[in-house]
Design a protein. Structure first.
Length: 201
């Protein structure tokens, strides 16, 4: 680690480990599963190759990530979170929920394919049961018994249709002006009421 707060404090120590620019975003990507260097570079638009290499070395040295060589026929080197690193999952989720409250709806240029998956995962309450299909502009994703899936689901209990502004306000504020519901509306009320975001509202 190039810099340190030099304080005997768990917050300061955590920031020593993952507080450098890009570090937590690397963790965010690896929370989805192991990735190659080129995968990380492609997903982290704007990061320089030298910065990515340095952050990976620092995170590996701190025991947050590990390198592993895949066996043939795909002998690629991948990076993955250690058990210690996976402990950051709840931290990243709480930061996301906290940041979402002042982030605002996404601009068109900031929407990549599948962009609605992450918000659904962040705001999904533990143990949620039911089948809800979300149609947001030209994106479709579903929640099926506590799992977020890309695309529509079979026989949804509820279909929620809105635009990106409505989707943002629905998840963050619990209501949206532009909203069409078809099916069991109590499922949406239950999802929003039990969402972890309500605890930080």
């Amino acid at each position: 680690m190039a810099k340190s707060y030099c304080q005997y404090c768990p917050v300061a120590h955590a920031l020593d480990v993952v507080g450098e620019r890009w570090s937590l975003l690397i963790v965010r990507e690896l929370l989805k599963g192991p990735l190659r260097y080129t995968d990380l570079s492609g997903r982290l638009a704007g990061i320089g190759s030298n910065i990515l290499a340095a952050r990976l070395r620092e995170l590996e040295s701190a025991g947050v990530i590990a390198r592993r060589q895949l066996p043939p026929p795909a002998p690629a080197r991948i990076y993955e979170l250690t058990e210690h690193g996976r402990g950051l999952q709840s931290v990243v989720a709480e930061l996301a929920r906290w940041g979402a409250r002042s982030l605002g709806p996404p601009e068109t240029e900031h929407r990549s394919p599948g962009w609605i998956l992450n918000p659904l995962e962040i705001f999904l309450p533990a143990g949620f049961r039911g089948r809800i299909e979300f149609r947001v502009d030209d994106e479709v994703a579903s929640i099926v018994d506590g799992v977020v899936l890309d695309g529509p689901c079979e026989e949804p209990d509820l279909v929620v249709e809105t635009d990106s502004d409505g989707f943002y306000h629905l998840l963050v504020e619990g209501e949206a002006a532009q909203l069409t519901l078809e099916g069991d509306e109590t499922l949406l009320a239950a999802l929003l009421e039990r969402s972890p975001a309500r605890a930080t509202a």
